[in-house]
Every structure is written in C-alpha cells, then in structure tokens.
Design a protein around this ligand. Sequence first.
Ligand SMILES: CC(C)(COP(=O)(O)OP(=O)(O)OC[C@H]1O[C@@H](n2cnc3c(N)ncnc32)[C@H](O)[C@@H]1OP(=O)(O)O)[C@@H](O)C(=O)NCCC(=O)NCCS
Length: 233
Amino acid sequence: MHIAASAIAGRDALGFLTKAARKAQRLVVCRSARSIWFYRTLKDPIKPVQPGMDVEMVFLAEDKSGLIAWLKENSRSFPWIYIEKEVESALANGHIFGCVRRNDEIAGYVKIGIGPTYIHDFGRTIRFPDGVAFIYDTFVAPEYRGKRIGLYAVSGALNHLKRAGFKGVWCHIEEWNCASLKTFMRAGFTEASRIRFMRVLGMPLYIRGDGRPMMKLEPLLEARGRASYNRGQ
Ligand SMILES: CC(C)(COP(=O)(O)OP(=O)(O)OC[C@H]1O[C@@H](n2cnc3c(N)ncnc32)[C@H](O)[C@@H]1OP(=O)(O)O)[C@@H](O)C(=O)NCCC(=O)NCCS
C-alpha cells in the first residue's frame, strides 16, 4: 500500500515537472516554420510566360484599395492573405501589388515589398537593401490554379521591377509548398539559404541551414545581393 502510494506520488511529481518544463520551453523559445530563401538577379533574361487562359496584370502602387478590400473579404477562407500589420507596412512603404484579373474578377496577385517590409512569419519588419525587392505573398484563387497564372504573375512582377531599375528580388517559401517552389524556380529563382526563425527570451534568432545563428537577417540579404553584383549576374 505504502509502495503503491509513493509510486503514484512519484508519477504525479514527474508529470508536474514535465508540464512545467514544456511551459518554460514555450516561454523561452517560440518557433516558427522553416523557410527557404530564394534570390533572383534581374540581370538574367526573363522568359515570357503564356498563361493557360486570357488574363491581364496591373500593378498597383498608389491606390491598392480595391485589391485590399478583396483580400479582406476573402480572408475568411484564406486567413493569411489579409494581415493587418502587413497591409499597414505595404501602405506606409509604397509596396507594389501586382493584380491578375480575368474580366472583372481577381484571379490572383503578387505582393512586392520595397525597403521596410513586415514579415508575418517573423512578426517583425525587415529592411531590404536599395534596388532589391521582396515578393512576400503570391496567390492564385483555387478555381484558376494549374494554368500557369502564378508563374505569369511572378514573371510579370520581375519584368515590372526590372523596368523600374531593380537589380534583384528575394522571396521565401516554406519547404512543404511544392506548387510555390516550382513556380519560383521556373521563374529563375535559386536557393540562397534555409532559415529557421525562433524567438529566445523574446529576442529574434535566425538559424541558417549550415547551423550558424544570426541575430539579424539583413546582413545575409545584403551579402547575397553584393555577391551577385560582383559576379556580374
Ligand atoms: C503557388 C501558386 C501561386 C501557383 O499558382 P498556379 O497558377 O496554380 O501555378 P501553376 O499552374 O504554374 O502550377 C504550379 C504547380 O502547382 C501545382 N498545381 C497545379 N494545379 C493545381 C491545383 N489545381 N491546385 C493546387 N496546386 C496545383 C502543381 O504542382 C503545378 O506543377 P506542375 O505544373 O508540375 O504540375 C498557387 O498554387 C497558390 O496560390 N497557392 C496557395 C498560396 C501559396 O501557397 N502561395 C505561395 C506562398 S510563398
């Protein structure tokens, strides 16, 4: 009887300690998904893309209100397409939204960050170097998928940025997202680094694929841009 009671007490104590350790870990480290960072120099030619249906693409720099209203409305089905802080950052920093339309309907879009850009996965703002843009969200409505509209939108964005004098473009894609990986690799993006983001005691920490930790992402973004310019890409 005495042995059984102390075994139960021991199990309770172990359960309590395990729960406490898990809670402490959650407070100390908060992880987000791993993503692959891709870079695309705009010195390389951009292949023309013929989408599988008639669509047109417009670029919204000043007035993005129509697309923003559509994002808000459709965020009931796709919550990540309308993030308030992301929209505020886009409006405050003159980001460009490329909108693909079929007749009067929105078929998809590409959001392009310039300079300071709020990244929802990190919950913070990253400043991109001058002359380098960042595609932070690409979306094709489900009924239009599989018709190369995503690739058409990304290539359209690259052409638009090249004409505007940009030298390169970054994007980041979660490792599981095959459709998106295919789209961006077909558009000429190449892998620059795999990044795991975590917060340790509230401080951001980025772990590169080679295991090296970084407190900031900006030096990586700048170094890659410089390396591409130096190689004449
Ligand atoms: C990623 C995305 C923009 C691609 O757009 P798309 O116009 O469907 O792209 P494509 O027609 O060129 O197809 C690319 C790949 O998507 C996949 N795909 C094709 N039809 C699809 C469909 N109906 N539903 C889902 N994926 C499909 C296929 O793997 C295809 O590759 P394949 O040509 O070798 O078969 C689109 O799938 C999307 O909006 N996904 C949800 C949002 C998202 O993940 N955005 C990217 C964030 S980084």
